[in-house]
Write a protein that binds this ligand. Structure first.
Ligand SMILES: [Zn+2]
Length: 469
């Protein structure tokens, strides 16, 4: 089964075919580095990291590029408030962003490109747009793109008007624009603002132009996939198409546009002013494993919105804990378990191999992660309290490898085998139980929990152990 993806540009689910197979070039709008990343960022980047993993699973040779907006109004303002310079502030929060992404296991990005490292490429694009009469200069203000020179404006979003909820830069505001929706390519510098020299006047780049300058530098004028949150479709992504297609006359800039849905908190829009704003760091500090946050975000389809509540997150945390304990079954010592008969051995192993296949097929269906997780749940529920022989354990390990590759949950890494001492204690305890020496059995159980973080449960098939929460 081939990969199928919903393309915002065509408003249809399409069979994915890269422009230059097996290579795939994917760009995703990265962070503006002036503060810690929040749960909305976690949603977007986990879901797009999963897309990257699924592309690799389909044997594509993926180049995943993210820009990092390190020069912007918000950064300049925040740096002034904190009496530091914009470069220092940007460097700090770029680093924090990378830490958060690593903790969530978003490891697929090939290159991060900081806007301030691509100023020459940005200036080159602005010069071309001025030469081709798509852009004009407003004295003491900046360089603007004139929308009326691009008849296809609106083809991605289906609209041309800015609404209140649109993610926009204040930089686009100017009373002297020719068209009310013209957007800024370059802002001439005010005193005490960072600036770069350019033939059309010293200043700093607008928001939209950094993406096209960076993608042209890495990929050329056209590439396969552009991803980002749904609130960036207009005007940001529309502006990218407008700029790059005007410069190159090559259509389309991007073959597949992929957008992720909103995240709400307790059914409300997340906002600092509403007091329902959570950074990724805060949630982790409350004791949640970042990978449980990852599982939480994958429980919903990437295009739908997610309602975050701590109750919902607790449910994902429990699900994740159960999954880890199933993952640990691949280490169960056989001393405490009896072997199954031949027929059931085959069925159990075959069903585990089939689960890995079904999981990938669900993800190939426009990244249907809720369906993929249900498939895993069904397979795992058949293993609870069951007896696994070597063949089952091998099949389970293979399934776990697939889950980790495509969903990035690190089930194998986070459930290392217990050491031989620990195994000896579990078996010793089992013998004490068989001899009805309950006091000794309880002592060994306490020792296993305190020293090794292992909880022993007595099941029908013998003693089984799991990792403490
Ligand atoms: Zn962007």
């Amino acid at each position: 089964m081939t990969l199928r993806l919903y393309n915002t540009l065509s408003r249809k689910v399409e069979e994915f075919a890269s422009r230059n197979a097996p290579k795939v070039q994917m760009f995703v709008c990265g962070p503006t580095v002036y503060d810690l990343s929040h749960l909305g960022h976690a949603k977007t980047y986990i879901q797009l990291d999963t897309l990257a993993r699924v592309l690799k699973q389909n044997e594509y040779d993926l180049h995943y590029l993210q820009n990092v907006t390190d020069i912007d109004d918000k950064i300049i303002t925040r740096a002034a408030e904190q009496k530091t310079d914009w470069q220092k502030l940007g460097a700090i929060f770029y680093d924090e962003y990378l830490k958060d992404m690593r903790s969530l296991n978003n490891t697929s990005v090939t290159d991060y490109a900081k806007a301030s490292d691509y100023i020459d490429a940005i200036i080159t694009q602005v010069v071309k747009l001025i030469e081709k009469k798509h852009a004009y200069i407003i004295k003491d203000d900046g360089v603007y793109f004139e929308i009326k020179t691009f008849p296809n404006y609106g083809k991605l979003s289906g609209r041309t008007e800015v609404k209140q909820d649109d993610a926009q830069a204040r930089i686009d505001e100017s009373t002297n624009k020719r068209g009310w929706n013209d957007f800024c390519l370059w802002k001439f510098s005010k005193p005490d603002e960072p600036e770069w020299d350019a033939s059309f006047g010293a200043g700093r780049p607008g928001w939209h132009i950094e993406d096209t300058a960076i993608t042209e530098k890495f990929f050329g004028p056209q590439y396969d996939i552009h991803g980002g949150a749904v609130d960036l479709i207009f005007p940001h992504h529309e502006a990218e198409i407008t700029q790059m297609e005007s410069i190159s006359d090559k259509v389309p800039l991007v073959k597949y546009w992929i957008h992720t849905g909103f995240l709400t908190i307790d059914s409300e829009k997340m906002a600092k002013s509403a007091g329902n704003f959570y950074t990724i760091r805060e949630v982790v500090e409350r004791g949640y494993d970042p990978l449980a946050i990852r599982l939480f975000m994958l429980q919903s389809h990437y295009r739908s919105s997610i309602n975050f509540t701590f109750n919902n997150l607790d449910a994902a945390k429990n699900r994740f804990h159960n999954w880890r304990n199933i993952a640990a079954l691949r280490h169960q010592t056989h001393d405490t378990l009896q072997n199954d008969d031949e027929k059931s051995t085959d069925e159990k192993a075959v069903s585990l191999y089939a689960t890995a296949q079904a999981l990938v097929e669900a993800l190939n269906d426009d990244l249907n992660t809720p369906e993929a997780l249900t498939i895993v749940d069904d397979a795992f529920s058949r293993l609870i309290s069951s007896r696994l022989n070597d063949i089952h354990q091998h099949a389970l390990t293979q399934l776990l490898e697939t889950i980790d590759e495509v969903l990035g949950l690190d089930l194998i890494k986070s459930t290392p085998d217990i050491n031989d001492d620990c195994k000896r204690l579990i078996i010793e305890r089992q013998h004490k139980r068989e001899n009805k020496d309950w006091a000794a059995s309880d002592r060994l159980r306490d020792k296993l929990e305190k020293t090794y973080g292992i909880i022993v449960r007595d099941a029908a098939a013998g003693s089984v152990w799991e990792y403490a929460v």
